[in-house]
Design a protein around this ligand. Structure first.
Ligand SMILES: O=c1ccn([C@@H]2O[C@H](COP(=O)(O)OP(=O)(O)O[C@H]3O[C@H](CO)[C@@H](O)[C@H](O)[C@H]3O)[C@@H](O)[C@H]2O)c(=O)[nH]1
Length: 319
């Protein structure tokens, strides 16, 4: 199949193109050109056709869409960056999705579109019995979820063949920057993680499955249903940093929009859940382990990193 992947050199995109190549598809990658995306493009050089462009530019999107049978639309500004530049995020996320849909509709044989959404669209649900089902009500609670729900609606009413994957939390296999967002999640929050390679597999397996016309929940399954504390403590332990005290975090009364997911149906169809939470964390640790001089300096750097991290907590600052 001829498949265009937008945002192809992002976290999910790169896993998707690798799984698609492995399954014999002809992959066209569309992304903006940065040092990071170029580095990843070099790793699949000769295996995909790469088109550099801006998702906000309808002409380059139309060029990329030509002759494709499926578009996997992943180009997006995600949290926390989405709140740092909401105007740009609106253009990339909402207008970018509109460009993809319009370009698809303009084709003599319109391609199908697989849109990536998020479990965040269920809103705050920690007071409800888990897991979340695909039929549960949705609500916009911030810019990101507003954009995702607008995209879902645009696609459903486009007249195109569509499918929507709402993903759980997909940790990238690269270092995540320390950001104040880490303190906005109460430590007891239910989180469902999924290995980035399993998301790639769910996308690739979807190409030969009857996914169309439906919304799917894509998470790691019961083995990946954890609490935020499990994830955070493990991530910090892997780099030898002691976790911040409980009072640095939002209290349980400030619920965050993530939850465990009912993935029975998606797993039965797509057979993509291959990794447990422990395996995700092992692969993240392998991919992010400090090397060379940084590794040697780590024992000296740790206290400074921890101090800087504590400074980012709005709850500690209030005291
Ligand atoms: O202006 C921009 C900003 C970003 N990107 C690309 O979009 C991709 C985003 O990837 P990344 O930031 O690594 O996020 P992912 O974790 O891969 O995000 C995926 O998974 C999220 C849900 O977990 C979805 O919201 C996103 O749409 C989907 O791309 C990258 O290739 C970026 O280069 C653009 O093309 N234009």
């Amino acid at each position: 199949m001829r498949i265009l992947v937008t945002g192809a050199f992002g976290n999910v995109g790169f896993s998707a193109i690798q799984a698609l190549i492995e399954q014999g598809h002809t992959v066209r990658a569309f992304d903006r050109r940065t040092k990071a995306t170029e580095k990843k493009a070099n790793r699949v050089h000769g295996k995909v056709e790469t088109i550099w462009g801006d998702i906000r530019d309808s002409q380059s999107v139309a060029e990329a869409v030509k002759g494709q049978e499926v578009i996997v639309h992943l180009a997006y500004i995600i949290p926390p960056a989405v709140d740092e530049n909401p105007t740009l995020a609106q253009q990339v996320n909402v207008e970018g999705t509109r460009n993809v849909i319009e370009a698809a509709k303009a084709q003599p044989q319109p391609p199908k579109v697989l849109f990536s959404s998020s479990l965040d669209v269920f809103g705050p649900t920690q007071d409800k019995e888990p897991p979340r089902h695909v039929t549960d009500p949705v609500m916009a609670t911030d810019e990101y979820t507003k954009h995702k729900l607008a995209g879902e609606e645009m696609l459903k009413s486009s007249g195109l063949e569509w499918a929507i994957y709402r993903f759980g939390d997909v940790p990238p296999l690269e270092p995540r920057q320390i950001h104040p967002i880490m303190y906005t999640i109460p430590l007891n929050t239910r989180l469902e993680m999924i290995h980035t390679h399993d998301v790639g597999l769910a996308i690739a397996n979807g190409m030969r499955s009857p996914i169309w016309g439906k919304v799917w929940l894509i998470g790691g399954g019961p083995e990946c249903q954890i609490r935020y504390r499990d994830y955070l403590y493990r991530s910090l332990a892997q780099v030898g940093i002691q976790p911040p005290p409980d009072e640095a975090f939002a209290p349980d009364s400030k619920p965050y929009c993530t939850d465990w997911l009912d993935t029975t149906e998606s797993q039965a169809l797509l057979q993509y859940q291959r990794h447990t939470f422990d395996e995700i964390m092992r692969d993240v640790a392998d991919a992010t382990r400090p090397k060379g001089v940084v590794a040697l300096l780590m024992p000296l750097l740790r206290p400074t990193v921890r101090r800087q991290m504590l400074k980012l907590s709005p709850y500690l600052q209030k005291k």
